[in-house]
Design a binder for this molecule. Structure first.
Ligand SMILES: Cc1ncc(COP(=O)(O)O)c(C=O)c1O
Length: 478
């Protein structure tokens, strides 16, 4: 029997200690690996309710989830936070609207802008130069954006970031509401903030109107399972469901919904055990790494603004880069990371990681630290983040414009017809409709092997640009 994907998946799950999504780490918590998932795989049969007209057991499970998170209403998503982002933008904006968008948003935001015909007003988070990572969005930036574009329908920010940095959502929501807007927080990486204690407060408690969580990223549920939380009366449940029905599959997975329900109940019952076996272990793991690492560095910030579940190891001042560290961990210790960038690696821990896996990771990092040497700083791929507030070209117009593919040398000042991305996490370095600058072209040349959305032919980069860009820019100003 030949089943290469199936065989590889089974082999991989046995051979690797993983610090990436999904958060259940091959079912290593809550006896997930003992559950026969085929028994959960069901449909809208009699008594099984319907996600889009929930009145029975799905409704009951979503209400329990809403109580757990402290929201007005919570809706199960079975196509990831991507479905939540598309749904929230399409339900609050109409064609021609403007939305203030954090420039470090996930690429699904641009899909939503294209579908909705909405123009982005880009706001940038800070770039933390010392660590080469993208930081939080300030309330001042949101205020400035609203002053310049007071008609903006709302704001979409990412908090926490992929690296775990949280913005001041309380202040941002105050400003957004003062201007009559709706605040959407992409909290895809913060489903576990519900554990409270050593984790930052969720945006749900800080005034956001819609919050989106990928349960599958930071809690032990199945890939694609996510939540859309409605947190205020500014958002209408029926309108949201109507859009979700258009965006998402008509056969939402009962396996995913059932496991989300089960894990919610599991956490409620085992809260103290989770604190003892995971959170306390994580805190002491971080303390030891902080003390022991001499060349590599565990990135840390004030815990109110930082998610300690993310283990970011910086290679900036060493003779190896993040990609090399990723490879060393894998080749020597069978440890696989969530992501590698030039200056650091990202490892995701969840409640499925306990004493043993954290100990193995700690030992591996301390051993590798002894092998690497100190060296000057390296270039950062994150330096694309520009500090400005701009009205972007309307992504839908660009999407439907005529395009041409040009050698990178001919692309200076041309309008990108595509999102050019770092993947993971899927943040556009150059977003659809943005103009290529000299710095962009240098960055693309430096990191071409790591970037998605470009063509490489004989080691030369080709980019898709808008053909009649003067027309596009003029149209956009109408
Ligand atoms: C910040 C952020 N938002 C949204 C998403 C999309 O989440 P999902 O994969 O659950 O659709 C991602 C995925 O990586 C992400 O990093």
């Amino acid at each position: 029997m030949k089943a290469p994907l199936f065989d590889k998946l089974i082999e991989y799950s046995k051979a690797n200690l993983v610090f990436h999504m999904p958060g259940h780490k091959f079912g290593s918590i809550a006896d997930l690996d003992q559950i026969d998932m085929t028994k959960l795989d069901n449909t809208e049969a009699m008594g099984m309710d319907n996600l889009y007209e929930a009145e029975g057991i799905i409704r009951q499970a979503m209400e329990l989830m809403a109580d757990f998170y402290g929201t007005k209403q919570t809706i199960f998503l079975t196509n990831g936070s991507t479905a939540g982002i598309l749904t929230s933008i399409l339900s609050i904006c109409k064609e021609g609207d403007q939305l203030i968008v954090a420039r470090n948003a996930h690429h699904s935001v641009w899909s939503a802008l294209i579908l909705a015909g909405v123009s982005p007003i880009y706001v940038s988070p800070e770039y933390i130069e010392s660590e080469h990572i993208i930081g939080s969005i300030s309330e001042e930036t949101i205020e400035k954006a609203y002053k310049a574009y007071p008609k903006a329908k709302g704001v979409l920010v990412v908090s926490p970031t992929y690296e775990g940095i949280v913005s001041d959502i309380e202040a941002i929501s105050r400003i957004t509401h003062r201007y009559g807007g709706i605040l959407i927080v992409d909290e895809a990486h913060g489903a576990h903030f519900v554990l409270e204690g050593d984790f930052p407060k969720s945006s749900i408690k800080l005034g956001a109107d819609i919050v989106i969580n990928s349960m599958h990223k930071t809690l032990p549920t199945l890939t694609q399972s996510a939540l859309l939380h409605i947190c205020s009366d500014r958002v209408n449940y029926d309108e949201v469901i109507q859009v979700l029905r258009m965006i998402q599959t008509s056969s939402p997975s009962y396996v995913m919904m059932g496991i989300m329900d089960y894990i919610r109940a599991y956490i409620q019952v085992h809260k103290e055990e989770i604190q003892r076996n995971y959170v306390n272990e994580l805190v002491s793991f971080r303390k030891i790494l902080n003390e022991e690492l001499k060349q590599l560095k565990l990135i840390s910030f004030d815990t109110e603004r930082y998610d300690i579940s993310k283990v970011i190891i910086s290679t900036t001042h060493t003779n190896i880069n993040g990609y090399e560290l990723e490879e060393l961990l894998n080749k020597n210790f069978n440890i696989t990371v969530e992501a590698a960038l030039n200056n650091y690696i990202i490892l995701m821990t969840t409640i499925a990681d306990q004493k043993m896996s954290l100990a193995k990771l700690k030992e591996a990092l301390i051993r590798l630290d002894q092998m690497v040497e100190k060296q000057g700083t390296q270039k950062s791929i994150n330096s694309f983040m520009k500090q400005k507030i701009t009205l972007g070209n309307n992504p839908r117009r660009i999407f439907y414009s005529n395009k041409q593919c040009l050698h990178i040398k001919e692309c200076l000042n041309r309008v990108s017809a595509k999102n050019i991305m770092l993947y993971p996490p899927g943040i556009p370095i150059i977003a659809i409709g943005e103009v290529f600058t000299k710095e962009d072209i240098i960055l693309l040349n430096d990191f071409k092997e790591k970037i998605k959305g470009i063509k490489i032919i004989d080691n030369e980069i080709f980019l898709e640009v808008v053909q009649d860009e003067t027309k596009v820019i003029r149209d956009n100003m109408k």
